[in-house]
Write a protein that binds this ligand. Structure first.
Ligand SMILES: Cc1cc2nc3c(=O)[nH]c(=O)nc-3n(C[C@H](O)[C@H](O)[C@H](O)COP(=O)(O)OP(=O)(O)OC[C@H]3O[C@@H](n4cnc5c(N)ncnc54)[C@H](O)[C@@H]3O)c2cc1C
Length: 374
């Protein structure tokens, strides 16, 4: 009998899982809440590490296609003082392929390839242990059963409650995201400031980071320590209101740096939440989690990488398991491996966030020198 395998969520983790299973000839059902691939903006660029995200793409047979799309020059990083002084100006060597950047939309399309995703299928709950397997309930009232359900449905996972009572908590750091379009033509001064990769400016308990995506698109991230309700009385949908609050928050910073906010278009509010470091659970037959659903951590360049490698590894283990008992053992072994690796990344990224948005901005520079010493 064919196994009925479903993955909930068509993000980097879920799609990598499905793509690797597909490569091994196993059918898999991908259930995604968004009504279509382009239903919402895909988000900023991702750097994929050689030993994580790129390894996963290798397992999916997509490394060459990734390399054709990726931007190794996007690894460049410039650090400024709030007064505009350049403190570091790091550029990758000509053959440096350690962490090249790719737009999320490009990565999604690459992973989608031949996959048959069921769009517009929002899952509300998952109930393991029914007579016919794991029951998945949908927002439209439908329900369906599977032998294995993989929760790759991100930070606010609806699958997670089937295995764990953990919920994300606020880190104390909020991120407000804005964008610049066509930066080389419309804002050549800012294009030079940002360079080929990213520019970061660190002040007391706040930071401003601008990162180039492909096609002259730039994402700007204002990050600051604040209570979760910092915006009480502020209309977050009103770009001008948010802009002036941010300009007040970064008051005194150099004019070119503040131009990143002055020219930004819409503003998206993203308070940073995390799951407890080393989040684990008692194994539940038929259900597992991967990616942000399992180990939401601060966005310091690891989350998508881990989600993808986990997706690839779980798919390989599932494909190699002949019987249902082997399948359960494969999932158990996968969970142990995921918890160990993600636990150490959760510690690294939690400590990193403390230093990047810190009362002592020299901590951010010191962290950069530790990870990028040359
Ligand atoms: C500003 C920022 C920058 C980042 N930069 C990087 C980086 O450079 N490198 C890196 O590795 N990571 C980065 N990250 C982290 C990265 O975005 C996440 O860790 C990664 O997207 C997690 O992948 P995932 O597949 O687990 O979940 P997600 O990407 O969150 O995907 C989950 C999917 O599930 C769907 N879904 C949700 N709920 C349901 C439901 N109920 N039913 C059906 N479908 C559902 C969603 O629509 C979505 O498509 C960054 C994060 C942020 C916020």
């Amino acid at each position: 009998m064919r196994r009925r395998i479903a993955v909930i969520g068509g993000g980097p983790g879920g799609l990598t899982f499905a793509r690797v299973l597909h490569r091994h000839g196993h059918p898999v059902t991908v259930l995604e809440r968004d009504p279509a691939p382009d239903a919402r903006p895909p988000g900023g660029t991702l750097d994929l590490h050689e030993n994580l995200g790129q390894l996963a793409l290798g397992k999916a047979g997509l490394l060459a296609e990734f390399q054709a799309l990726a931007r190794p020059e996007g690894q460049a990083m410039r650090i400024l003082d709030p007064d505009g002084t350049v403190l570091r100006d790091w550029r990758p060597g000509p053959d440096d392929r350690a962490n090249p950047e790719i737009d999320r939309g490009q990565l999604r399309d690459l992973l989608l390839g031949p996959l048959d995703v069921r769009w517009g299928r929002a899952v509300t709950a998952v109930a393991p242990g029914t007579r016919d397997g794991v029951l998945v309930r949908f927002a439209d009232g439908r329900q369906e059963t599977f032998d294995l359900v993989v929760g790759a449905d991100g930070a606010w996972s609806r699958v997670r409650p089937a295995v764990s009572s953990a919920t994300p908590h606020y880190t104390g750091v909020t991120l407000v995201e804005t964008s610049l379009d066509d930066v080389d033509t419309r804002h050549p001064g800012l294009a030079r400031l940002i360079g080929d990769g990213a520019v970061a400016v660190y002040g007391v308990n706040r930071a401003l980071v601008a990162q180039r995506n492909s096609g002259g698109h730039v994402k700007v991230y204002a990050q600051f320590r604040a209570p979760l309700d910092w915006h009480t009385g502020l209309d977050l949908a009103d770009a001008e209101v948010v802009r002036s609050r941010l300009l007040a928050l970064f008051d005194g910073w150099s004019a070119p740096v503040l131009d990143l906010l002055r020219h930004g278009t819409a503003f998206a509010h993203r308070p940073l939440h995390v799951l407890p470091v080393s989040h684990t659970w008692a194994h539940v037959p038929g259900v597992t989690l991967l990616g942000d659903a399992a180990h939401l951590m601060p966005p310091l360049g690891a989350g998508a990488n881990l989600a993808m490698l986990e997706g690839a590894e779980l798919a390989e283990s599932v494909a190699a398991a002949p019987g249902s008992r082997d399948l359960d053992e494969a999932v158990r072994a996968f969970e142990e491996q995921m918890w160990a690796r993600a636990g150490s990344w959760a510690e690294i990224t939690a400590a990193g966030l403390e230093r990047l948005v810190s009362p002592d901005p020299t901590q951010a520079l010191a962290l950069f020198d530790e990870v990028q010493p040359s």
